[in-house]
Design a protein around this ligand. Structure first.
Ligand code: DC
Length: 239
């Protein structure tokens, strides 16, 4: 493992299927940083709402209970964890039911305020630095991040990657790529058009189009960006 000396805050944003999670985890592991998957937090609160039989399409009902569940994220990139009220939520948050409901829940301002506060606290406590991945990290959650990366890819590439992930999870069953693409485009449209903190590239983010790149190439590219950022930061900081 290479390691970076000063605490560095890295924000990685972008739509689904761009390789954001795999890249963020691998970069954090390689550089000895913590890792936070903020999508998992939004999925966790959505899973809890569904378990309470809250109508996820009723923003007032969701807002009223947004402060209730205790959501705890483990930030070791080799084994990230997420619990809700002490219960392991890592499996259930990846179900289709949660995926279909998460955009509605994460559009509720009270939910975003709650989760954003958790995210900022986790980033502040990461003594060696952290890679935080999501949709609004560079714009809203950590606007002073040392490095902001915005990952993109064509809808076709993103659907094919998501399809691969779903297939790996589902085992031998077939995956409908056209339906996967449609669901992904619809979720991105909802995430990008919501009023509260939409999916958006920060003006000072480095955009990396991953359409033609392998995962290893994307990881290498982001590792280099982080290392350059750390070196520049060290030069600015008097010893
Ligand atoms: O990255 P993911 O697919 O697990 O994210 C699930 C949903 O959570 C996504 O559709 C939008 C929402 N999300 C968000 O609104 N803000 C973030 N920082 C991360 C995710």
């Amino acid at each position: 493992m290479e390691s970076v000396s000063a605490a560095v805050i890295v924000a990685i944003d972008g739509p689904s299927g761009t390789g954001k999670s795999s890249t963020s985890r691998a970069v954090a592991a390689k550089l000895g940083l913590s890792y936070l998957d903020t999508g998992a937090q939004y999925r966790a609160i959505t899973w809890w709402m569904l378990g309470q039989s809250v109508d996820v399409n009723d923003p007032q009902a969701v807002a009223a209970l947004a402060g209730r569940p205790a959501i705890v994220s483990g930030t070791d990139p080799s084994a990230p964890t997420i619990t809700v009220d002490g219960q392991d939520a890592s499996g259930p948050i990846r179900t289709q039911e949660v995926t279909s409901a998460v955009s509605a829940v994460s559009a509720v301002p009270e939910v975003r305020a709650r989760i954003t506060e958790l995210q900022r606290r986790i980033a502040a406590e990461a003594s060696y630095g952290i890679v935080v991945e999501g949709r609004d990290i560079g714009t809203t959650v950590l606007p002073d991040a040392d490095l902001k990366v915005f990952l993109t890819a064509s809808p076709e590439a993103r659907a094919s990657r998501r399809g691969g992930e779903l297939k790996a999870r589902a085992g031998s069953g077939t995956v409908d790529l056209a339906a996967t693409r449609a669901a992904l485009v619809q979720r991105d449209a909802a995430d990008s058009s919501r009023k509260a903190s939409p999916l958006k590239r920060a003006e000072d983010a480095v955009e990396v189009d991953t359409t033609e790149l392998s995962l290893e190439q994307v990881i290498e590219c982001v590792v280099t960006l982080v290392e350059n950022t750390v070196a520049e930061k060290a030069q600015r900081t008097p010893s």
